[in-house]
Structure formats: C-alpha cells, structure tokens
Design a protein around this ligand. Structure first.
Ligand SMILES: CC(C)(COP(=O)(O)OP(=O)(O)OC[C@H]1O[C@@H](n2cnc3c(N)ncnc32)[C@H](O)[C@@H]1OP(=O)(O)O)[C@@H](O)C(=O)NCCC(=O)NCCS
Length: 156
C-alpha cells in the first residue's frame, strides 16, 4: 500500500487524536492548534491506504529549550508517532526523512529531536537519519510525570 505524506490542514487537527488522544489535555491541544495556526509549528502526516497512519511535527520557535532551535537555522522535530497497526512498515523512517527535507527547504539545515534513551526503535531511526547525541539527561514534565530524555542533533 502506498504511503502518502502531506502537511496537516488545520481543519483536520482533531484527527490527530487517533494517534495520541489529546482530549484529556485540552490546554495542550489548544497550544498545539494555535502553534500550527501561526506557522510556528508544522505537522506532517502519513496516510496509508487513505487512512491516517502517522505524524511528525516541526517546531521553528520555542523558548523552553534554547539549544533545540536557532532562528532560520535549527528546527526541533517532535511527536513522531506511527499508529500501532502500521508500525514496522517504514513509515517512521519516511516521516523523519520528509521532515528533514521540509526543514532544509526552509533554510533550517540543522535539526534536533528528543528521545528517551531506552526507545530503541526511535533511536535506530534517528541515527540512520544522521542524528548524533547532543545533550543528555534533560528533564521534562509530561502530563504530571517527569521524563528524562536526550537531545540529538543533525547537521549537514
Ligand atoms: C518509533 C516509531 C515512530 C517507529 O515507527 P515505525 O514506522 O514503526 O518505524 P520504521 O518501520 O520506519 O523503522 C523501524 C526501525 O527500527 C528498527 N527496530 C525495531 N525495533 C528495534 C529495536 N528494539 N532496537 C533497534 N531497532 C529496532 C527496525 O528494524 C527498523 O529499522 P530498519 O528499517 O533499519 O530495519 C513507532 O514505533 C512509534 O510510533 N512508537 C511510539 C511513539 C514513539 O516512541 N515515538 C518516538 C518518540 S521519540
């Protein structure tokens, strides 16, 4: 089946709940929606057989983690998700590669991405795409739970 990548139009925002249910976190959903509306973020989606199968997001502006973004040079990739039923088919790999291309096209020739160090499939994909360890042991609050993650960096 063919995988199609496209930029998510804002009117399809609620479909992302099929990949990660944002309904218990309305403030988070509102922020994400606003950031897409202003162009501060872009969401690329993968469709398999016409159905939403995955997403990846690109952030061009963020005040929380200054190393992650440099204006007009470095963008932050986040929330790579592939629907469980569609995992292992290469969709995550395609999404990463398309996100890198979308960044490069806009002049954001460096990219960062955060990953929990035990997420082996994700780490494998990121390393294959050229990401290298950058900052380790960062902490973040994820809906009331503290997570530790590493920031990876990809340079041309
Ligand atoms: C991580 C995720 C996006 C991968 O998507 P996917 O479409 O299944 O990935 P792909 O099919 O493109 O590639 C998976 C790769 O990981 C490899 N892999 C799978 N399990 C692995 C493991 N335990 N250790 C190392 N590599 C592994 C596969 O061999 C494949 O690599 P290859 O193409 O070189 O053979 C998907 O599993 C997911 O949505 N997970 C939940 C959300 C998540 O963790 N997102 C990442 C946040 S940082």
């Amino acid at each position: 089946m063919e995988v199609i990548i496209k930029q998510l139009p804002l009117e399809r925002f609620s479909e992302l709940n099929k990949l990660f249910d944002m309904t218990p976190h309305p403030e988070f959903a509102e922020t994400r929606r606003n950031n897409l509306a202003t162009g501060q973020e872009i969401c690329l989606i993968a469709e398999l057989g016409g159905k939403l199968a995955g997403e990846i997001n690109i952030m061009f502006k963020n005040d929380n983690l200054p190393e992650a973004i440099i204006q007009n040079r470095r963008a932050y990739l986040f929330a790579l998700r592939v629907h469980e039923a569609a995992q292992g088919l290469g969709i995550g790999t395609i999404l990463i590669s398309e996100a890198i291309e979308a960044c490069n096209k806009r002049g954001y020739i460096e990219q960062t991405i955060g990953v929990e160090p035990d997420n082996e499939p994700a780490l494998h994909i990121y390393k294959s795409a050229g990401f290298k360890p950058f900052i380790t042991g960062l902490k973040e609050d994820e809906f009331g739970k503290e997570i530790t993650f590493d920031l990876l960096l990809r340079t041309p």
